[in-house]
Write a protein of this length. Structure first.
Length: 392
C-alpha cells in the first residue's frame, strides 16, 4: 500500500519542484518579513527569520501540504508560508489567508461567557440546570465554570458510539460534509452517555461543554453565541477576516485547501474537504480566521481589553491536565524551554490544524495554521516552530 506521502506526490502535478529534504512536497515560498528590526540588527533578523522559515519548511516536509504563520513581536511582524495551497498546482499558500481554526473557537466563546459574568447576567457557579433545564442528566451538578474548564464530566460527543457510528471513517465525513446539525442534536449524542466523573473532580477535554455554553449564551442574551461574538469581539477589534459561518460550507477569501485521506483501491487518496458545513462543530470549533486576526484577538484577550481584572484572573486560573498544557477557562497554557509561559489555544478540524500563542508578558506571539498530510502528527513539527519563536 502506498504511503500518504507517496499519494501526496502522485496527486500533485508532474514537474513540481521538491524542497530539500522533502518527499513529493513543492518548495516553500520564501517567508515575508515586515517591520524594522530593533537597533538595526539586520544580520540577527536574517538569522531569526531564516530559522522561522526553516521551521515552516520542516512542517511541510513532515506533516503538511501547506503552512502559514505570523509572528508578532512588540510591533514587528514576520509572516511566512510553505508548501502549496492546493494539490496539483504551484499556488503558494497565502500568508494572509483564511483557514478553519477549529477549537480556537472556544476562546472566543469563553470570552463572551466571562463578559456576561462580569455584567452580572450569569454567574460562573450557576448550574447548567438553571439555564438549560433537563438538557442532560446531572445538569443540576454541573456549573458554567466546569463547562469552561472541561471539568464537567460530560462526554465528548465526537467520541460517543452513536456519533462514531455516523462519522466512522474519512469517507463518511466526506459523505456527510453538507449535513446541518443543531446544538441540541450534538448534545444528544453525549446525553445518552453517563458522566465520565463527578463534576469538578477531574478533567477531560469535551467539545460538548462548549456546545452547551453556546446554548447558555443564547438563553441568557436572546441572541446566538456567534452574534454575541461579532458584537462584543469581532467588530470592536476590527477582525474582518474572522467568521462564524454557522451552516455556510464555503471558506471565503484566499485560503489553503484542506484534505482528508480517504481509503480507495487498497490505499489512501487525498480528498479536498475545504468545503463542508461546520455546524458539526458549532460553538466548539466552527470559526474561520486569519493569523493576523488571531494574534490581535489573543493580544486583546490577555491584555485586558476584553475582560475586567476579575474575569481575567478567573480565565487564567488553570487546572493541571494530563496533556502538554494546563487549562484555564477556554484557554490553554504551557511553558516552553527557557521558561517562557504561553497562553492561547490549539484547534483542529477536518483538513486543518492551527495554534495561536502569546507569551505571558504579551511581548511575542505566534499563530500558525497547516493543512495536515502525512504519517506525522502536525503537533510535532509545530512544537519545534513554537520553541524557535519563544526561545528565551
Amino acid at each position: 500500500m502506498a504511503s500518504r506521502r507517496d499519494l501526496l506526490r502522485i496527486a500533485g502535478t508532474a514537474g513540481l519542484t521538491v524542497a530539500a529534504g522533502a518527499v513529493g512536497v513543492p518548495a516553500a515560498p520564501a517567508g515575508t518579513a515586515t517591520g524594522v528590526p530593533a537597533h538595526g540588527a539586520t544580520a540577527h533578523r536574517a538569522r531569526a527569520t531564516g530559522g522561522l522559515q526553516a521551521a515552516l519548511d520542516d512542517i511541510v516536509s513532515a506533516a503538511a501540504i501547506g503552512v502559514l504563520a505570523e509572528v508578532h513581536d512588540r510591533g514587528r511582524v514576520w509572516r511566512g508560508a510553505g508548501g502549496v495551497s492546493r494539490l496539483g498546482t504551484h499556488r503558494a499558500v497565502p500568508v494572509a489567508g483564511r483557514f478553519r481554526a477549529g477549537s480556537i473557537t472556544k476562546s472566543f466563546v469563553a470570552a463572551v461567557v466571562l463578559q456576561l459574568a462580569g455584567e452580572g447576567r450569569l454567574a460562573l457557579d450557576d448550574t447548567l440546570q438553571r439555564w438549560l433545564p433537563g438538557v442532560l442528566p446531572g445538569a443540576e451538578r454541573i456549573t458554567v465554570r466546569q463547562l469552561l474548564q472541561h471539568t464537567s464530566g460530560v462526554a465528548n460527543y465526537p467520541n460517543t458510539p452513536s456519533f462514531r457510528a455516523i462519522y466512522h471513517s474519512e469517507a463518511a465525513i466526506v459523505r456527510m460534509r453538507h449535513r446541518t446539525w443543531t446544538p441540541p442534536e450534538l448534545v444528544a449524542f453525549a446525553a445518552g452517555v453517563p458522566l465520565l466523573f463527578e463534576p469538578g473532580t477531574s478533567w477531560m477535554y469535551s467539545n460538548t461543554n462548549f456546545v452547551l455554553l453556546g446554548m447558555v449564551v443564547e438563553r441568557v442574551t436572546g441572541a446566538g453565541y456567534a452574534a454575541e461574538v461579532r458584537r462584543r469581539i469581532l467588530r470592536p477589534l476590527g477582525l474582518r477576516g474572522t467568521r462564524f459561518p454557522a451552516t455556510d460550507a464555503a471558506l471565503t477569501g484566499a485560503h489553503p485547501h484542506g484534505y482528508l485521506a480517504v481509503g480507495r483501491d487498497g490505499g489512501e487518496e487525498p480528498v479536498d474537504i475545504t468545503v463542508f458545513n461546520p455546524s458539526v462543530a458549532g460553538a466548539s470549533g466552527e470559526v474561520t480566521s486569519t493569523a493576523a486576526d488571531l494574534n490581535v484577538f489573543f493580544r486583546a484577550l490577555l491584555g485586558r481589553r476584553l475582560l475586567g481584572p476579575a474575569e481575567q484572573e478567573q480565565m487564567r486560573a488553570a487546572c493541571a491536565t494530563p496533556r502538554d498544557y494546563d487549562y484555564g477557562l477556554g484557554l490553554m497554557t504551557r511553558t516552553v524551554a527557557g521558561g517562557t509561559r504561553l497562553w492561547g489555544h490549539r484547534g483542529d478540524i477536518f483538513g486543518y490544524y492551527a495554534e495561536s500563542w502569546i507569551a505571558e508578558d504579551g511581548g511575542r506571539q505566534l499563530t500558525v495554521a497547516a493543512t495536515p498530510w502525512g504519517e506525522v502528527d502536525p503537533k510535532v513539527p509545530v512544537a519545534a516552530l513554537v520553541e524557535t519563536v519563544f526561545a528565551a
